[in-house]
Design a protein around this ligand. Structure first.
Ligand code: NAP
Length: 287
């Protein structure tokens, strides 16, 4: 019986995960198909329920469900529980276990591709959804000294801030975390002092109806910063164009996407992820 892995989200027109995951599965000649299960909010529970059929071995979870999916699975591993978001589901002995590969994927891309050491650095994180949770968790764990959270809905940023402060206190870490209102003087001050700016919103994403939007103008970006846009399609997002115009270094979302996918692939298959094959298929899919 052909086994299945799904990506569950809404909308899913933008996703290139099927291209590089299928390439990795085919590389090993596995009889597994990676499918797109676009599920509107009413059908999320049913989509997760379908994972319980014998042929299905796991899933990726993407916008906007990384937090909500916690309500429908059986177990959550320590990292995903700590982050409060799941982007990977692995079926283990018929139990749906939630995991998070966004956090290690982000950190690997930041360090290897962005050549950025987060230890002791200051950062501004834009967004407060599932991806922002993973990014903040990774930066706090890596010893970032100060993080400012900026989100359209301030309440969601406050909730994330609270969760991060609890985690910092429990683990004896040293990161200072603050919330600043979008466009407010304190947000602009934090940006001007920031060595790292990460966009964790879907602004700028192709097929999302937000293709032309950038969360920042070039005048708000300091030239010494690294600007990391989690959006991977298009490769040159409006934010990355603004960052280049400001003289800042830039990093797009593609390396993180492949690294988080590679970690998920290893969880589902127990095989070492063929990174080169995955990068090539991902780039082809974006071309
Ligand atoms: N490269 C990668 O590997 C990778 C991994 C994970 C995610 N991502 C990308 O990261 C983005 C966020 O993913 P997610 O899972 O965190 O999604 P999510 O949980 O749905 O959160 C979306 C975030 O974007 C904000 N937002 C959306 N539209 C906005 C707008 N027009 N103006 C201002 N803020 C807006 C939301 O603000 P509110 O809270 O106010 O609604 C929220 O903070 C997506 O584009 C996703 O593709 C990339």
């Amino acid at each position: 019986m052909t086994q299945k892995i799904a990506i569950i989200g809404y909308p899913l027109k933008h996703t290139i995960s099927p291209a590089f995951q299928q390439a990795a599965l085919d590389h090993y000649g596995l009889d597994v198909e990676y499918e797109v299960w676009e599920a509107d909010p009413i059908h999320l529970a049913a989509a997760i329920g379908e994972l319980r059929y014998p042929q299905n071995i796991g899933a990726n979870v993407t916008i906007p469900y990384k937090e909500e999916v916690l309500n429908f699975i059986d177990e959550v591993d320590e990292l995903a529980d700590d982050i409060g978001a799941v982007n990977t589901i692995v079926k283990e002995d018929n139990v749906l276990v939630g995991r998070n590969t966004d956090a290690p994927g982000f950190l690997r891309a930041l360090q290897e591709d962005g050549k950025f050491d987060p230890h002791g650095s200051t950062g501004v994180i834009i967004g407060a959804g599932g991806a922002a949770r993973a990014v903040c968790h990774a930066l706090v764990s890596a010893g970032c000294s100060e993080l400012t959270l900026v989100n359209r809905s301030r309440e969601r940023a406050e909730e994330l801030c609270e969760a991060l402060r609890d985690s910092v206190a429990t683990k004896g870490l040293g990161t200072r975390i603050a919330v600043a209102a979008w466009g407010a003087p304190e947000a602009l001050a934090a940006l001007s002092n920031s060595k790292l700016i990460v966009n964790c919103t879907s602004m700028g994403m192709k097929h999302g109806g937000q293709e032309k939007l950038s969360p920042l103008t070039s005048g708000q970006i300091p030239s010494e910063a690294l600007v990391f846009d989690l959006v991977y399609s298009p490769a040159q997002t409006p934010l990355l164009k603004a960052a280049s115009a400001a003289g800042a270094r830039t990093l797009g979302g593609l390396p993180m996407l492949v690294y988080q996918g590679a970690a998920a692939f290893e969880m589902w298959t127990g095989k070492s992820a063929p990174l080169e094959v995955m990068f090539e298929a991902a780039r082809d899919a974006l071309a």
